[in-house]
Ligand binder design. Structure first.
Ligand SMILES: C[S@@+](CC[C@H](N)C(=O)[O-])C[C@H]1O[C@@H](n2cnc3c(N)ncnc32)[C@H](O)[C@@H]1O
Length: 98
């Protein structure tokens, strides 16, 4: 599972760089504690990335630089941002604000 994550992360970041161009903020909805958002902010240091997940998942995680955590239920509230990332084990989607 961890190697699957690393593969998906590297494909998303290396092969889809243009997707992130022009973005200043991104919310990784249901981002969990995995490394995708960390990999994104490492690759795109200008981008503020917020990992949104349920309180029991992220409440104790520390913000670090431009990587922040938001402990909320996505059905109640999602912070405004340039883009929303939804990544699960069988799909990846991004929605951009026009
Ligand atoms: C299949 S995991 C995907 C995790 C991560 N995006 C990844 O690809 O490794 C689904 C995530 O959604 C979170 N989640 C489920 N229901 C949620 C809700 N109502 N609000 C916020 N996050 C939620 C779970 O805690 C879990 O971290």
């Amino acid at each position: 599972m961890a190697s699957d994550d690393r593969l998906v992360n590297s494909i998303l970041i290396d092969k889809c760089k243009k997707v992130f161009k022009g973005l200043n903020s991104l919310v990784d909805v249901g981002g969990g504690t995995k490394t995708l958002s960390k990999a994104i902010v490492d690759a795109f240091p200008h981008l503020e990335c917020i990992v949104l997940d349920l309180p029991h998942v992220v409440a104790n995680l520390q913000d670090s630089g431009n990587l922040k955590y938001d402990a909320v239920d996505m059905f109640k509230e999602v912070l405004a941002s340039d883009a929303i990332l939804l990544k699960g084990y069988c799909m990846i989607g991004m929605m951009m604000n026009a």
